[in-house]
Design a protein around this ligand. Sequence first.
Ligand code: CO8
Length: 257
Amino acid sequence: MEFNNLLLEISDKIALLTINRPKQLNALNKETISELHQALEGLKNNDEVRAIIITGSGEKSFVAGADIKEFANFSVTEGTELAAQGQSSLFDYIEHYCKPVIAAVNGFALGGGLELAMSAHIRIASDNAKLGLPEVTLGLIPGYGGTQRLAQLVGKGRALEIILSAQMVSAERAHEMGLVNHLVSQAELLETARGLAAKIVRNSPKAMHSAIKCVNAGLTDGMNGYKVEIEEFGKCFGTQDFVEGTTAFLEKRKPQF
Ligand code: CO8
C-alpha cells in the first residue's frame, strides 16, 4: 500500500502506522483521514498483522488536530458532514477495530489528534507529550468524539475542565488521570509500544476482538454490555482459537494462534 501522508511498516505481527506530515505537525487533513481508513481496512484481513501502533512523525507532534486550513470556510452543513464522515470512517472505526490499536503519543495531541489517540484501545505517551482539546478557542467544539471519549476516560468534571479551559495537559498529568496508560521517555516510546504489542500479538485474535466488542458495548447507549459479554463468551467456544488455546494449556505448550 502506498500513501501520501502515511508510512506503514510491518514486522513481528505488528503494523506501525506513522502519520507523516511533520511540517504541519501531522494535522489530519481529509486525505490523511482517508488514508488511515484505507490502511486499517487493508490490514483487517492480513493475518500477519495482529496489532497496530499509530504514531506521528518527527519529534514534536503526534497530531496537532484536524487541519484548520481545510475547514476554515465551512458552512453548517459542511461542518456537520465533516464530523459525521470523520467519526464513521476513522474514529468510531478505530474504536471498533477488530485488532488492538495502540496510540504512541510522541508530542502534541490536540483537538482531532487527542480524539484520534482516545479512539485507540490503549495510549502510551512520551514525556514531551501535550494533550488537549482547544477547539473552543476556534469557536468550535470537539467533533470527532472528543466530548464523549474524554468524559469516559477521565470523568465528566475533568473532561469539562479540559474542554472549557482549552488548556494543554502535560504527559505527567494525563498519566495521573488515566488519559494515557503509560508514560515513558521519548527514546523509549516506540520500544514500549512494541513491547506491549508483542505481548498482545501472542493472544487469540478472535478472543481479543470479542473483548473489544464487549467493552465498547458497555459504553454504547442502548446496548447491554453484560448481555453482549455472554453472547461473545459463548461464541468463543465455537472457535479454533479456543480449541488451540485449551489444548496448548493441557499439553503444557504455548498456543499458536
Ligand atoms: N491545522 C493545520 N495546520 C496546523 C495545525 C492544524 N491543526 N497545527 C499546526 N499547523 C501548522 C501551522 O499552521 C504551521 O504551518 P506553517 O509553518 O505553514 O505556518 C506548522 O503546522 C507549525 O506550527 P506552528 O508554527 O504553530 O508550531 P508551534 O510550535 O509554534 O505551535 C502548536 C505548535 C501549539 C501545536 C500550534 O501549531 C497550534 O496551536 N496548532 C493548532 C492546535 C489546534 O487548535 N488544534 C485543534 C484543531 S481543531 C480540531 O482538531 C477539531 C477536531 C474536530 C473536527 C471535527 C470536524 C469539524
